[in-house]
Write a protein that binds this ligand. Structure first.
Ligand code: NAD
Ligand code: UDP
Length: 334
C-alpha cells in the first residue's frame, strides 16, 4: 500500500516508517520538523535501503496538505503529527488544541476529498485517566487533567463521528502506552529537545553523565514499591502494531490498546536498566509530579485476539536499545 505518514520524522513515526518499508509498503512522509530532523529520514533509508518521499509541510495547512493528496495515490494515512509535551500543553493550551485538532480535521477532510478510506490515529493511554487498571478499550474515557490528553480524546470522538458518517472508511484509534527503546542499529531513537520529560531518555542521559541523577517522582503510591507503574513498550513493537493495523483493519472505527499488558515500577525500570547495561544509575526520591497517576497499564488482549499482534521485545531489549542509541550513536542534527 502507499501510506502517508504524518510526523514520520519523529520518534514513533520514524520507527514505523522502517517497519512499513520492511513490510513492502511505499512510504510518503509529511512533517514540518518542529520536533525532529530531516536527517532521521536519511537514516531510515539507510536502514531499509528503500526510498521515502518527504514533504516538509505543516499538516494544519490545508492547501499544502491537499497538494500532497493531489500529487500522490494514497491508500492510507497514519497520523502521528502532533505536539506531545503534557506540561507544555497546560501552559500553551491553544497551541496544542490548534495543532492536534486542526491537523486531524485537515487530514480527514483531505481523505474525504481524495477518496482515502484508511486512517490510523495515534492516541494515548492518557484518555483512560484514572480508570481502574488494566485499561480496557471499552472503558468510558475520563476527563484528562491536561489539554494534550483532551486533544487526543476529542480527536478520537471526531474520527468516530466521521467514520460513522462514512461507512466505507476504516479507522483505527491506537492507544499507545509508554514507548521506549530504539532501533537496534542505533541509527534512530528518541531525541528529546532540552531536558527530557519522559523517564527513559532521562535515564539514558544520567547514564551518559549529561544529567547528575534521576529524580524518582514519589514513592508513596499504592503500588508494588510505592513508585509509579507504567506499561513500557518497545517502540519497534509499537511500530509493527501499525503495520498490523493497516493489514487487518476492517470498515468502521476500531479502538486498540498497544501495550504489553505488564506494569513496571520506576524502581523496577532503574534496576532493569542497570542490569541490562551493567552500569550504576544514581537516583533520589523526590515529591510526586503533579498530574501523574499511580498506575497505567494495558489490557493488551484485544489486539492479540483480533489481529494476532503482541509485543515481542522485553524490558531488557528496551533498556539495551535505548542505551545503545544514547551511548554509541550520533544524534541526528538539524
Ligand atoms: P515526536 O514529537 O517525536 O513526533 C511527532 C512528529 O510530528 C515530529 O516529527 C514533529 O515535527 C511532527 N509534527 C508535529 N506537528 C506537526 C504539524 N502540524 N505538521 C507536520 N508535522 C508535525 O512524537 P512521538 O513520540 O513520535 O509521537 C507521535 C504521536 O504519538 C504523537 O501524536 C503523540 O501525541 C502520540 N503519542 C506519543 C506517546 C509517547 O510517549 N511518545 C504516547 C502516546 C501517544
Ligand atoms: N518519572 C520519574 N522521573 C522522571 C520522569 C518520570 O520518576 O524524571 C516517572 C513518572 O512519575 C511515571 C513514570 O516515570 O511514574 C513514567 O513517566 P513518563 O513521563 O516517562 O511517562 P508518563 O507520565 O507519560 O506515563
Amino acid at each position: 500500500m502507499n501510506i502517508l505518514v504524518t510526523g514520520g520524522a519523529g520518534y514513533i513515526g520514524s520507527h514505523t516508517c522502517v517497519a512499513l518499508l520492511e513490510a513492502g509498503h511505499t512510504v510518503m512522509v509529511a512533517d514540518n520538523l518542529c520536533n525532529s530532523q530531516a536527517e532521521t529520514l536519511e537514516r531510515v533509508k539507510q536502514i531499509t535501503g528503500r526510498e521515502i518521499t518527504f514533504y516538509q509541510i505543516d499538516v494544519t495547512d490545508e492547501a499544502a496538505t491537499n497538494t500532497v493528496f493531489a500529487s500522490q495515490s494514497i491508500d492510507g494515512v497514519i497520523h502521528f503529527a502532533g505536539l506531545k509535551a503534557v506540561g507544555e500543553s497546560v501552559a500553551k493550551p491553544l497551541v496544542y488544541y490548534y495543532n492536534n485538532l486542526v491537523s486531524t480535521m485537515v487530514l480527514a477532510k483531505a481523505c474525504q476529498k481524495y477518496g482515502v478510506k484508511r486512517f490510523v490515529f495515534s492516541s494515548s493511554a492518557t484518555v483512560y485517566g484514572e480508570n481502574q487498571v488494566p485499561f480496557v478499550e471499552s472503558m468510558p474515557l475520563l476527563p484528562s487533567t491536561n489539554p494534550y490528553g483532551e486533544s487526543k480524546a476529542i480527536s478520537e470522538r471526531m474520527l468516530t463521528d466521521i467514520a460513522k458518517a462514512n461507512p466505507d472508511w476504516s479507522v483505527a484509534l491506537l492507544r499507545y502506552f509508554n514507548p521506549v527503546g530504539a532501533h537496534a542499529s542505533g541509527l534512530i531513537g528518541e531525541v528529546p529537545t532540552g531536558i527530557p520529560n519522559n523517564i527513559m531518555p532521562y535515564i539514558t542521559q544520567v547514564a551518559k553523565g549529561k544529567l547528575d541523577k534521576l529524580r524518582v517522582f514519589g514513592n508513596d503510591y499504592p503500588t508494588v514499591d510505592g513508585t509509579g507503574v507504567r506499561d513500557y513498550i518497545h517502540v519497534l513493537d509499537l511500530a509493527e502494531g501499525h503495520v498490523t493495523a493497516l493489514d487487518k483493519l476492517t470498515k468502521g472505527v476500531h479502538v486498540y490498546n498497544l501495550g504489553t499488558g505488564h506494569g513496571i515500577s520506576v524502581l523496577q525500570l532503574v534496576k532493569a536498566f542497570e542490569e541490562a547495561n551493567d552500569l550504576h544509575l544514581p537516583y533520589e526520591i523526590t515529591a510526586r509530579r503533579p498530574g501523574d497517576i499511580a498506575e497505567c497499564y494495558a489490557d493488551a488482549s484485544k489486539a492479540k485476539r483480533d489481529w494476532g499482534w503482541t509485543a515481542k521485545r522485553d524490558l531488557v531489549d528496551m533498556c539495551r536499545d535505548a542505551w545503545r542509541f544514547e551511548s554509541v550513536s550520533k544524534e541526528p542534527s538539524p
